[in-house]
Design a protein around this ligand. Structure first.
Ligand SMILES: NC(=O)c1ccc[n+]([C@@H]2O[C@H](COP(=O)([O-])OP(=O)(O)OC[C@H]3O[C@@H](n4cnc5c(N)ncnc54)[C@H](OP(=O)(O)O)[C@@H]3O)[C@@H](O)[C@H]2O)c1
Length: 320
């Protein structure tokens, strides 16, 4: 079968098209024929070595497809089932063997491309707005990289929960995409904390969801009100240098957290419950994945280049 492989950490050219044996269904595993593979920024962290792993490996964490075989002991899935997964390395391939516990069923009301486009970033948007900082009606929350895959879904959920959403994005087109996703205001990055203060009568925001990291950390702190929460949910511009915790006192008794999806869906039961909630939101239109680009799997290197150069809006899907 055709797959992409990384044999050493590097740039997009570290992704090479290769031919690998089709995986077999070992005990507890399900073989999925991937119909749509989701591109996520975490794929860049694995490819460039920010998140270390063993080499060679097949990258990609997210896909939706159809079950072709099940291993001994698998009870919840059968050949022909429509399924998706979001936290399992190996998605950049025609077929992937996935542990049963990491698989979720896709209801008939959701297409497989929408499932692949929504699952990882949608699960993240759900816990960020429901657990990390539970968004309440009337609050002001700020979403950075608001036109991106995660950003648009977070904007939609926060607006659905009744917050006033301030989107931050780099270009006019991206700010328009964030407004179309339900944001009430859209700002460029430069001095966005001043814009947030102006919109809130000088108070600042209840929460900032910052997936950009190094480049925006200080501005995000400045955008918060007393006892506000900074959720650093990504590192697109690079990791944040060590922080003096006294900053949290002087900036207004702030809360700072660096959450990750795996800790919010640590087992099959929590993953399936969250996915069911997410897919219900997709079916009823609260969450509408914005699929900005579909590329053949063999063009994964180009997809990475586009994502890293900030040229994408919404979700990028790869087709095996
Ligand atoms: N913690 C979690 O559970 C979780 C889950 C999913 C994603 N994430 C994180 O959320 C972020 C977004 O992920 P995504 O897959 O949805 O990607 P994305 O937002 O679709 O794409 C990345 C966007 O980040 C912005 N950006 C700002 N500075 C950047 C830089 N120096 N290089 C590249 N991009 C930059 C760009 O938007 P502008 O042009 O508007 O700045 C770019 O389009 C990533 O940091 C990812 O790791 C975290």
């Amino acid at each position: 079968m055709r797959a992409l492989q990384v044999t050493r950490p590097g740039g997009p050219d570290a992704l090479t098209v290769t031919d690998l044996p089709r995986p077999k269904a070992s005990p507890g595993h399900v073989v999925v024929r991937n119909e749509a593979v989701g591109l996520n920024f975490i794929d860049v962290y694995f490819r460039d070595g920010t998140y270390p792993t063993a080499y060679p490996f097949v990258p990609g964490q997210e896909a939706a497809g159809v079950v072709t075989a099940v291993g001994h002991g698998v009870t919840d899935f059968a050949p022909g089932d429509r399924v998706a997964y979001a936290t399992q390395l190996g998605a950049y391939a025609e077929y992937t063997a996935v542990p049963e516990a990491k698989l979720v069923p896709v209801p008939e009301s959701v297409t497989l491309p929408d499932a692949a486009a929504a699952l990882l970033q949608g699960l993240a948007a759900l816990y960020l707005s429901g657990t990390t900082h539970p968004v309440r009606a009337g609050e002001t929350v700020v979403v950075l990289a608001a036109a991106g895959g995660l950003g648009q879904l977070l904007v939609r959920l926060a607006a659905h929960l009744g917050a006033r959403v301030v989107a931050v994005a780099s270009t006019k087109e991206k700010r328009e995409a964030a407004l179309a996703a339900g944001a009430h205001h859209a700002l460029p990055y430069k001095d966005f904390s001043a814009g947030v203060r102006e919109l809130t009568g000088g108070e600042g925001a209840h929460a900032v969801y910052d997936s950009v990291g190094a480049a925006t950390f200080e501005e995000s702190i400045r955008a918060l009100r007393r006892r506000g929460t900074l959720a650093v949910c990504g590192l697109s511009s690079g990791p944040i240098t060590p922080v003096d915790v006294e900053l949290l006192r002087t900036a207004g008794s702030l809360y700072l957290t660096r959450p990750t999806l795996a800790d919010h869906v640590p087992d099959a039961a929590s993953l399936r419950a969250a996915a069911a909630e997410l897919f219900a939101h997709v079916a009823d239109g609260v969450i509408r994945p914005d699929i900005g680009e579909r590329l053949p799997l063999a063009e994964a290197a180009r997809a990475h280049t586009l994502l890293e150069s900030r040229a994408t809006t919404g979700k990028v899907l790869l087709t095996p």
